[in-house]
Design a protein around this ligand. Structure first.
Ligand code: 3HC
Length: 305
């Protein structure tokens, strides 16, 4: 049996039954749980627009997208369970504020334009990060990412298509699209986490090949990909310092408001309390579903014995 270090050095996958350092296991539990919680909490800002989608077709697309996010959460909770933590325990940690979820989902969706901006920018940022994670060293996480990335690219396209429709619509619709870009641009850049110099976990996670590309490099990749898309839409990225840099072949951007980022991460964003309160209420209301599923499973097991 190859050792953990040999598996990492050979660029093979670490599987649940392989021996692994406790710190590697803990890092994965922290990151994958945070990722799973993000998928589930992320259903709230979009879910609230299902009843208000402008057409039947838009409603069907949005419902499918929100259901996909639930599916992503389930794959990811399953991946964490392979590391020895139960789903109930993960829920308790989230509800008690002991585990995080992405900062982005603490912002409100005020208009239909925000549904376009989330698909285009938030799912776009998520894919940029997740394509890297599909190559991460932990097998169950990497494999979950492959399917998730395929679905995220549909999400990104549907968001861009909403923005395109609004941008080519009436003056009021164009203004709605611009307002959504104005409000979602900076929080989307914050999704990639603190600058590399401030990132607590990057060095170790890179050594373990959980992370393959740094927070800042992924953020830059996202900016370079997205600015031409904004230009195609005829919208203005809300960054007066945004410039194409001939020397580096990348866009230069203005400073990110890290005070805002840390306030949101620490629970003081626009909707942190509401998001968790809603999550806990739904968890409690649906306790009977879990109890019924467990009773059914126990009966089924009994019948097989
Ligand atoms: N929101 C909340 N917390 C964040 C954050 C963010 N956007 N970015 C960083 N942090 C936290 C980290 O969790 C860490 O806190 P901790 O020590 O208490 O856990 C602290 O800030 C320092 O950051 P690091 O750079 O050291 O943390 P990581 O090495 O874990 O890197 C990451 C951060 C790049 C977000 C990494 O965790 C990651 O790749 N996570 C998996 C992807 C993920 O969670 N995506 C959620 C996006 S949304 C989504 O997928 C839903 C889709 O439908 C749109």
């Amino acid at each position: 049996m190859p050792s953990f270090d040999e598996i990492i050095a050979a660029d093979h996958k670490v599987e649940p039954r392989d021996e692994m350092p406790e710190a590697y296991r803990h890092t994965l539990i922290r990151q994958i749980a945070q990722h799973a919680h993000s998928e589930i909490i992320g259903m709230q800002p979009e879910g609230t627009w299902i009843t208000r989608a402008p057409t039947l077709k838009r409603k069907a697309i949005l419902m499918a997208k929100v259901q996909d996010e639930a599916g992503h959460g389930l794959y990811l909770y399953s991946a964490v369970e392979t590391l020895g933590v139960s789903r109930n325990e993960l829920m308790e940690r989230l509800h008690a504020g002991r585990q995080k979820y992405s900062s982005i989902f603490n912002y409100p969706t005020l208009t239909w334009g925000d549904i376009g901006a989330i698909g285009w920018l938030v799912d776009g940022a998520a894919i940029t990060n997740q394509l890297m994670l599909a190559r991460c060293s932990y097998g169950p996480y990497a494999r979950a990412m492959v399917k998730i990335c395929k679905e995220e690219s549909f999400h990104q396209r549907q968001g861009f298509e909403i923005m395109l429709t609004l941008a080519n619509g009436t003056a009021e619709q164009r203004a709605m699209a611009q307002d959504s870009l104005d409000r979602w641009w900076w929080p989307s850049l914050m999704m990639f986490g603190p600058h590399d110099a401030e990132s607590t976990h990057s060095e170790q996670s890179t050594a373990w090949k959980i992370k393959r590309v740094s927070n800042d490099r992924l953020r830059q990749e996202f900016v370079d990909m997205t600015v031409p898309q904004a230009e195609f839409l005829g919208l203005t990225v809300p960054d007066p310092e945004l410039r194409w840099n001939e020397q580096t072949n990348h866009y230069d951007t203005g400073p990110i408001d890290w005070d805002e980022f840390w306030a949101v991460v620490k629970g003081n964003g626009p909707l942190n309390r509401e998001r968790i309160a809603h999550k806990v209420a739904v968890w409690e209301e649906n306790a009977w579903v879990r109890a019924a599923a467990e009773a059914h499973a126990a009966k089924h097991m009994g019948a097989r014995d």
